[in-house]
Design a binder for this molecule. Structure first.
Ligand SMILES: COc1cc(COC(=O)c2cn[nH]c2)cc(-c2cccnc2)c1
Length: 236
């Protein structure tokens, strides 16, 4: 999988070079190209923002640098085929909620690109123009406002890349995860490891019983209880 990220703060994406994702890059499972949007500015101050039409506080990202950056991205895909359009994700508080189902879908894509906005956002004409050439999704990490899309992109990339075969060593650990269809979209049960007793707290007996059926039953009951208490919206 190749991932392209466009940002005015490329260093924000440095953590992608670490740990599992770093190893996936080393193993050739993953390519990450981080692009500084200012590469597509031409003035002395490398300006990427301007005041909002209609007034209001803050600044808006100018369309021109984004247009040229996305032109370059298109060029990197080679001649336009009549296949599926390249995927372009724009993290934004006003986006569709990012979900595990979306991560599952994205994990199958050969390439994904992220446009990380700053300030009050990106001139909307960029999205309107891009829809002609990209499969554009404005996606939200959660109901809060960040200073930029980079942190959201990091989270979305991690949630997606870990599903790519070979990136996570033990693929079994993916099967039972929260939100996955395999766990019936329930939240994960509590986990324990040695010692069996710690500061007066003991591991639930059933987990020491070696009775796999009872362990599975207990774990399912825990997941249902936790989900109905914390996330009744997930109980269909
Ligand atoms: C592309 O347009 C953006 C992007 C971002 C950064 O992303 C997030 O905040 C986010 C992503 N998932 N959840 C939050 C912030 C704004 C913004 C809007 C209003 C006031 N201030 C800033 C607009």
């Amino acid at each position: 999988m190749r991932i392209d990220v466009f940002t005015i703060f490329p260093d924000y994406l440095a953590p992608l070079q670490l740990s599992l994702i770093g190893k996936a890059i080393e193993d050739g499972l993953l390519e990450v190209h981080v692009h500084d949007l200012r590469q597509w500015t031409h003035d002395r101050h490398r300006t990427v923002d301007d005041t909002p039409y209609g007034g209001g506080a803050g600044m808006v990202m100018k369309p021109e640098p984004w247009g040229e950056a996305l032109d370059a991205l298109l060029a990197s895909y080679g001649p336009i085929t009549d296949g599926p359009r390249p995927v372009l994700l724009v993290p934004t508080p006003s986006g569709r909620p990012f979900t595990q189902a979306m991560a599952d879908e994205l994990a199958a894509a050969p390439r994904i690109a992220f446009a990380c906005g700053r300030y009050e956002g990106i001139d909307h004409r960029v999205i309107d123009w891009a829809r002609q050439y990209f499969d554009v999704s404005e996606v939200s990490l959660g109901d809060y406002v960040l200073n930029g899309g980079e942190v959201a992109a990091l989270a979305m990339i991690e949630a997606t890349v870990r599903l790519v075969p070979g990136v996570i060593g033990n693929s079994l650990s993916l099967v039972e995860e929260s939100y996955s269809a395999a766990s019936d979209h329930l939240l994960e049960y509590p986990v324990y490891t040695k010692p069996a007793s710690w500061r007066g707290f003991d591991v639930p007996e059933v987990l020491l019983s070696g009775h796999h059926g009872k362990v599975a039953q207990w774990r399912h009951e825990q997941s249902v209880e936790i989900t109905s208490r914390r996330r009744p919206d997930l109980i269909t």
